[in-house]
Design a protein around this ligand. Structure first.
Ligand SMILES: *Cc1c(COP(=O)(O)O)cnc(C)c1O
Length: 503
């Protein structure tokens, strides 16, 4: 990366030369109807470059990027694993890419069948009864799932309305009801940040509960917070500490005894696939992140797909439309009286689903289980390789990711997690997730994923070990890292508060 920066560090506008052209448009006559004063009289200040200049400029910039295809990318909770290239091949078949979103059912049988079949397979993997693949992100799945819960309680309340046998003075029939206003969702502090956000966006009050010292839900604390107002208990499994919620069946029992539902955030299902069927543990609603577990390129906010799955009682409320199979053909059904309606203008990010579907079919049941086993083995390998220098939150085995922090030798020298993360860039590693989960002071959250080799992980452990000793010998050097990147240490607070977005 060094060399590319050394030889050419100019902005495109600095490389601009008058009259250089990549493409020439025909001179157009001024458009009629543009109000006087609104028409531009000077040329826009854009760089003038040849096509070759543009290719070199952007190819060079693209080399500044860290990506899964170029670097180890241990970004905890994001599952930055290898995305098999065959997924790309499948999702770009003409039959899919040339299908109009409003095509008649008869012209989109293949796409409809895949979405239908994928839903069935995911339900089988999760032990759930039905689902929808319309949500376009994990958080969108959560929001959809919580809207289903809301609808479920609204319908229950409606069934409790009893018209009075006697008319009142105005001659209308008063309604008596023993409605229960369930407006609370319990979210533990080890949940992903999108969970409380989802609960509030869906109009619920978030009841935050603190975890027990082992990182699991404290059943006594939970018991005290479950009330007739509890609509949903929302769990992230494995939680953001990389720990399996081993009391989950008991928690589901407690919720159901109270008439509440259990939502499981299954975004990190790569740790559970083939090992655990959440439906069998009592989970009522859950989402999956196709872009994480089923390997489609993602990052920087998209693109994604986040299907949800539910138990039987919630099926009538699933979003519209639903794909149905009649005889040998597939059709889109919009006539769903109890559905919460559309959650997306039309179908989901179909191409993300296609990639995930290819990945799903590529693995048999045994291999799916190996995905989970390897994701767990890899995270524990990293954890045990680093735990003497970067103490983990918990000494017990973790699931697909481990949460570490700088040791006292480093914090005594004023070294923070941010410094370690920045120095990792110099060694050619994308930084892990840092300062998350927020319940761990100076957290470094590492998710190697199931696709990394022992050699890669050994090299990463060696780099972290080296950073640990550098930080003791020359803390100031580590505090100023990165030293080899196009931009060095930035004042991130200043950049966020006073962004300078003009050249
Ligand atoms: C990534 C993640 C989410 C959010 O998924 P998006 O697709 O980014 O909206 C939610 N929960 C957990 C546990 C996650 O890891």
């Amino acid at each position: 990366m060094n060399d590319i920066i050394k030889f050419d560090n100019k902005l495109s506008i600095e490389k601009s030369g008058e009259g250089k052209r990549g493409f020439s448009f025909k001179k157009a006559a001024p458009k009629a109807g543009i109000p006087q004063g609104a028409a531009r009289t000077t040329r826009p200040r854009l760089p003038e470059l040849s096509e070759f200049d543009v290719v070199r400029h952007f190819t060079r910039l693209s080399k500044f990027n860290f990506s899964v295809d170029t670097h180890f990318y241990p970004l905890g909770s994001c599952t930055m694993k290898y995305n098999p290239k065959i997924n790309e091949e499948v999702s770009s078949f003409d039959g899919f890419t040339h299908t109009h979103p409003l095509a008649m059912d008869a012209c989109a049988q293949g796409t409809l069948e895949i979405i239908w079949d994928m839903e069935k397979r995911l339900c089988e993997l999760c032990g759930m009864d039905a689902g929808t693949l319309w949500p376009v992100a994990g958080a969108h799945g959560e929001y959809t799932g919580i809207l289903l819960a809301k609808k479920h309680f609204e319908e229950l309340n409606r069934s409790r309305d009893v018209p009075s046998p006697v008319k009142n003075e105005e001659g209308t029939v008063p309604i008596h009801s023993d409605r229960v206003n369930r407006d609370e969702i319990i979210v533990p502090d080890s949940a992903h940040g999108t969970n409380p956000a989802t609960a509030s966006m869906a109009g619920f009050k978030t009841i935050n509960i603190n975890s027990a010292p082992d990182g699991r839900i404290d059943l006594e604390v939970l018991k005290a917070r479950i009330t007739p107002k509890t609509a949903v208990i929302m769990l992230t499994v494995p939680n953001t500490l990389g720990i399996f919620e081993s009391n989950i069946a008991k928690i589901c029992e407690m919720a159901h005894a109270n008439g509440s539902l259990v939502y499981m955030d299954g975004a990190n299902f790569n740790a559970l696939i083939g090992l655990v069927k959440p439906g069998e543990l009592g989970v009522d609603i859950m989402h999956l992140n196709m872009h994480k577990t089923f390997s489609t390129p993602h990052g920087g906010g998209g693109p994604g797909a986040g299907g949800i799955m539910v138990k039987k009682a919630l099926i009538p409320y699933l979003p519209a439309p639903r794909i149905e199979k009649k005889g040998g053909s597939f059709s889109v059904n919009e006539d769903l009286p109890l559905s919460i309606g559309r959650i997306k203008a039309w179908f989901t990010n179909t191409q993300v689903l296609l990639r995930a579907y290819a990945y799903l079919l590529m693995h048999g049941p045994k291999q799916l289980r190996e995905i989970a086993e390897n994701s767990i083995i890899n995270a524990n390998y990293i954890k045990s390789g680093l735990q003497d220098l970067f103490p983990p939150y918990s000494r017990e085995y973790c699931m697909h990711e481990c949460v570490l922090a700088p040791s006292k030798e480093l914090t005594d020298k004023g070294i923070r997690t941010l410094d370690v993360a920045k120095r990792l860039l110099d060694y050619g590693y994308h930084a892990p997730t840092i300062y998350f989960p927020i319940i761990v002071h100076e957290a470094i959250m590492i998710e190697p994923t199931e696709t990394e080799s022992k050699e890669t992980m050994d090299a990463f452990i060696a780099a972290m070990t080296k950073i640990h000793s550098e930080a003791q010998k020359d803390p100031e050097f580590v505090k100023k890292a990165p030293h080899t990147m196009p931009v060095k240490r930035l004042d991130e607070v200043e950049a966020a508060r006073k962004p300078n977005i003009r050249w």
